[in-house]
Write a protein that binds this ligand. Structure first.
Ligand code: MN
Length: 234
């Protein structure tokens, strides 16, 4: 558990440093030793998370054991997706600026680069308004989180209208890679759109491009770690 907490704390700081998370958003990891639990920080800006801040939760997103520390209000997103997707081992919910235009405008997130293929062939878009009417656009209720997980289905990313995105992965390294490169791909797509129509990958090309080797994921993870190590600690 301590090694998992350390890994998740590192991922939190990488995702913050690389611009996916800011004061808000959160990343979790399913307990590799007990699939009915996941770990997540107490309510804290991800850049500040250390392994001491990380707590264990059951799949109803309730903390294991009593705690009086404030928790993320949107932690229900994590439990609902872990229940619905046994293959998912790590989740990141964020509001990264490069993805927000795709949650606000009538603009489809497409794969435009080889690394962007991690997005996958389909990106479902969830609108909290459809089922829940006027809300504050936070996912804080179980039924809201279940609805979001249903919309995600078997895919890797779900965009949330007027809100942000939730990304899943089968490892923390894959989740980090996918969270960062989906934002990079979105940024490039937006920038290219100012010059006219944008070409994108076909489904067959996405299939071919998205089979990243462990060496690719490890190389990226090592790079992000070295950038983190070069940053003065808090
Ligand atoms: Mn949110």
């Amino acid at each position: 558990m301590e090694a998992s907490k350390r890994l998740l704390a590192t991922a939190n700081r990488i995702l913050a440093q690389e611009g996916v998370l800011d004061a808000f958003g959160h990343a979790s990891l399913r307990d590799p030793a007990d699939a009915s639990r996941f770990i997540l920080s107490r309510s804290l800006a991800p850049e500040l998370v250390t392994q001491e801040d990380i707590l264990a939760f059951d799949l109803m997103s309730q903390p294991i054991g009593p705690t009086d520390t404030p928790l993320y209000s949107e932690r229900v997103i994590h439990g609902a997706i872990y229940r619905a997707r046994p293959d998912v081992m790590a989740i990141c919910h964020h509001h990264a600026p490069p993805l927000l235009p795709f949650c606000l405008a009538d603009l489809k997130l497409r794969v435009v680069t080889q690394l962007g293929a991690t997005i996958g062939k389909q990106v479902p878009v969830w609108d909290q308004r459809d089922e829940f009417g006027a809300t504050n656009h936070l996912v804080v209720r179980e039924d809201e989180a279940v609805s979001l997980a249903r919309c995600l289905g078997p895919h890797s990313i779900v965009l949330m209208k007027r809100h942000g995105a939730t990304v899943v992965g089968s490892t923390i390294e894959q989740l980090t890679f996918r969270s960062i490169y989906s934002c990079r791909d979105a940024e490039l797509q937006l920038r290219a759109l100012t010059y006219g129509a944008v070409d994108s990958f076909s489904d067959a090309e996405i299939d071919a491009a998205s089979r990243y080797s462990q060496a690719t994921l490890s190389r990226a993870w090592e790079y992000w770690n070295s950038r983190l190590a070069a940053t003065p600690s808090h």
